[in-house]
Design a protein around this ligand. Structure first.
Ligand code: MN
Length: 150
């Protein structure tokens, strides 16, 4: 009797795991990739943690030049663009991406520094589709993302 019960529960547990979408190797990717451009590891981690709980896939770049390369090689569905970046700023990276006909349709959300006034205006002038100011609440950032990728 005991062994029968154990067998039954083992089988049902296995079927639960088989039906678990996150464990299926061949599950269909929904095509919602977000490129997170940010030079500070702590901030990249915040975005990573936030988006890991969603069905968005995250790829990362640490400066404007890396952002352009990443966007060209595997165009994302949305870009979160920090503005203050080494090597190439978020303004220049945005201008470059928006100047490329193959990439200009990708929405870019600028993540601007709270302290620097005027950064949001400049970000929009550079071609950013929207702006989120630091420090942002994760909920607010996710809501912004969802306006472009519902
Ligand atoms: Mn930065």
């Amino acid at each position: 009797m005991h062994s029968k019960k154990a067998e039954e529960s083992a089988i049902s547990l296995e079927s639960v795991h088989q039906g678990e979408p996150f464990l299926q190797a061949g599950s269909v990717w929904r095509g919602r990739r977000i490129l997170s451009v940010e030079d500070q590891e702590d901030n990249r981690q915040i975005v990573r943690d936030l988006l890991t709980a969603t069905d968005y896939e995250v790829v990362e770049a640490r400066n404007g030049k890396e952002a352009i390369i990443a966007a060209s090689e595997e165009p994302p569905d949305l870009i979160l663009m920090d503005i203050q970046l080494p090597i190439m700023s978020g303004y220049d990276a945005t201008r470059c991406i928006k100047a490329n006909p193959a990439l200009r349709g990708i929405p870019i959300i600028a993540v601007t520094s709270y302290a620097l006034s005027g950064e949001d205006v400049q970000a929009r002038a550079a071609g950013c589709d929207d702006v989120v100011a630091k420090p942002y609440s994760p909920r607010h950032l996710l809501a912004k993302i969802r306006t472009f990728l519902p």
